[in-house]
Structure formats: structure tokens, C-alpha cells
Design a protein around this ligand. Structure first.
Ligand code: NAD
Length: 281
């Protein structure tokens, strides 16, 4: 039976530490600030944005949510980013994705100053991650590594398989695992013999977006299974891993909800704190 990598618990522990760090910064006259830009009315995005605001409130980070109409133009969104780039009270800027289809997501992300890009999606931060330089690391992959290490999972020399190759989860997660000296395979929708790849994995990361896609026969006994997926099925949130049967085989497993998602927000707070410190310097 797998050890549960409890995201809720880990996030609570981090929250205490982050609250203390924010207090220390405030005593020095530094108030970390995060701005979240939400364009449109996507219901899931509304929930994510609210949770980010609540997390800021809990640890004492100043937060602003800029809500823009669905039909906002590219120029209007860029003007908001420009204003936030220039605002000294704001250390981190996050544009909630997905953006409405008529907007150019790449151009919007590129407009954020790399130092304020707390999501780590700016091309300059992606390039730094790829080339082993210090930059802002995307929150979800950063949280995945945090959970594995905190749970005592050995990474060096292990076989890691990441299912999914998105720029926000799959690819950066694979690079971070490589940095931890794993031997990494990235699988995707065109991969042949997916099950064979997965069964070799000591560390299996599922970032697909398909409910209960990873079944018990795809998991090596004793493997660490990280479930990134957030899928809504009959009003319930489920992951990409068939949790109950896989839990019986795996060595470690992250639940959904209460797993990677919790750490994603913790790492956003972490990136905002780091941005505030480096901008103060
Ligand atoms: P995406 O749609 O951009 O990428 C999905 C990936 O899965 C693609 O690279 C695709 O090649 C792969 N894939 C699709 N079908 C496959 C198949 N049959 N076999 C193998 N690979 C297949 O999604 P994303 O943005 O990377 O997100 C993935 C999931 O993680 C979603 O459920 C999303 O909601 C969730 N997510 C969670 C968090 C969090 O904080 N927990 C953060 C971001 C995303």
C-alpha cells in the first residue's frame, strides 16, 4: 500500500514558513505583491484565481486581481501588463490561462517582465530552465519535485517517465527530473507502447488531462506516482490516475484533490516571495 504524498499537509507546513518570511520582509519595509490578471468568465479559472488570492491573504502577501471582460482586446491586456510591470508594489504578475481564443497568449506572456513572471512561462525563464541557469521555475513542476523530495523518494539514477509534453507541466517537469539525475522518458499522445514505458518507471508523472487514464497494470510495484490531472467527472474532481487500485501497487502516490494542486499554489507563493526578495536587492 502506497505512502500518500499529502499535498494539503505539505502546503500547510510551507504556509507557516512563508508567513514567517513575509513578516520578516514586512519588518524591513518590503511588502511582497502579486497581481493576477483574469480575462473572461471561465468558471474553473475563477476558482483558481480566488484560491490564489486567498493564499496571498493567509500569508500576508498583497494581492490584486485584475478582472477584464471576455472581449478585451490584445492592446488592452498588454496595457494592463505594462502598468503592472511598472508598478513597484507588484513583484509578481500572473495571467490566468487559458486566455480567450482571440488573444495571442504567447505575446501576452512575453510582455511580462521576466523577473515578475512568477508562473515561469516567459520564454526567458523557459530558456534558463532548459540551459541550467537560475530563473523562475513553473509552479506545478516545482511542486512535483518538492513533493517527491519531501516524501523521501530517491531520484538520482532512477527511471522517470512523464506522460504529457505541455510547456506548463510535462516538459518542465521532465527537465527538473533530469536535473535531479533521473533518466527521463517523455511520453505523449503519439507514444507507442505507452504501458511498456510506464511499467519501467520508478517515478511516474501523469499530466494528461484524462480521468483515471493510468491504470494499475501500467505501474511498476513500488513506484512513486504523481498525479497532476484535474478532471471533473459527475461533479467530482478526479486525477489522471486510477487512484484506488494504483494505491495498492505504488510505493508513493499523490491524491487528487489534495495533492499536486495544493503545492502549485504554495510554489506560486514561493516564487512571489523570491521575486520580492530579488527585486528588493
Ligand atoms: P495539455 O492538454 O496541454 O497536455 C496534455 C498532454 O497529454 C499532451 O502533451 C498530450 O500529448 C498528452 N496526452 C494526451 N492524450 C494522451 C494519450 N492518450 N497518451 C499519452 N499522452 C497523452 O495539458 P496540461 O496543461 O499539461 O495539463 C495536464 C493535466 O494537468 C490537466 O488535467 C490539467 O488540468 C492538469 N493541471 C493541473 C495542475 C495542478 O496544479 N495540479 C496544473 C496544471 C495542469
Amino acid at each position: 500500500m502506497a505512502k500518500i504524498l499529502d499535498g494539503r499537509l505539505m502546503a500547510e507546513e510551507l504556509l507557516l514558513d512563508q508567513t514567517r518570511r513575509v513578516q520578516e520582509l514586512r519588518q524591513k519595509g518590503i511588502v511582497p505583491g502579486l497581481a493576477v490578471v483574469l480575462v473572461g468568465e471561465d468558471p474553473a479559472s475563477q476558482i483558481y484565481v480566488r484560491n490564489k488570492g486567498l493564499a496571498c491573504e493567509r500569508i500576508g502577501i498583497h494581492s490584486e486581481t485584475i478582472r477584464m471582460e471576455e472581449r478585451s482586446s490584445q492592446d488592452e491586456v498588454l496595457a494592463v501588463i505594462d502598468r503592472l510591470n511598472a508598478d513597484p508594489a507588484i513583484n509578481g504578475i500572473l495571467v490566468q490561462l487559458p486566455l480567450p481564443r482571440h488573444l495571442d497568449e504567447r505575446a501576452v506572456l512575453a510582455r511580462i517582465m521576466p523577473e515578475k513572471d512568477v508562473d515561469g512561462f516567459h520564454i526567458s525563464n523557459a530558456g534558463k530552465l532548459f540551459s541550467g541557469q537560475q530563473g523562475v521555475v513553473p509552479c506545478t513542476p516545482k511542486g512535483i519535485i518538492y513533493m517527491l523530495k519531501k516524501g523521501g523518494v530517491e531520484l538520482a539514477g532512477k527511471e522517470a517517465v512523464v506522460i504529457g509534453r505541455s510547456n506548463i507541466v510535462g516538459k518542465p517537469a521532465a527537465i527538473l527530473l533530469l536535473n535531479e539525475n533521473c533518466t527521463v522518458t517523455i511520453c505523449h499522445s503519439k507514444t507507442k507502447d505507452l504501458t511498456e514505458h510506464c511499467r519501467r518507471a520508478d517515478v511516474l508523472v501523469a499530466a494528461i488531462g484524462k480521468p483515471r487514464f493510468v491504470t494499475a497494470d501500467m505501474v511498476k510495484p513500488g513506484a512513486a506516482v504523481v498525479d497532476v490531472g484535474i478532471n471533473r467527472v459527475d461533479g467530482k474532481v478526479v486525477g489522471d490516475v486510477d487512484y484506488e487500485p494504483v494505491k495498492e501497487i505504488a510505493g508513493w502516490i499523490t491524491p487528487v484533490p489534495g495533492g499536486v494542486g495544493k503545492l502549485t499554489i504554495s510554489m506560486l507563493m514561493e516564487n512571489t516571495l523570491e521575486a520580492a526578495c530579488s527585486q528588493a536587492r
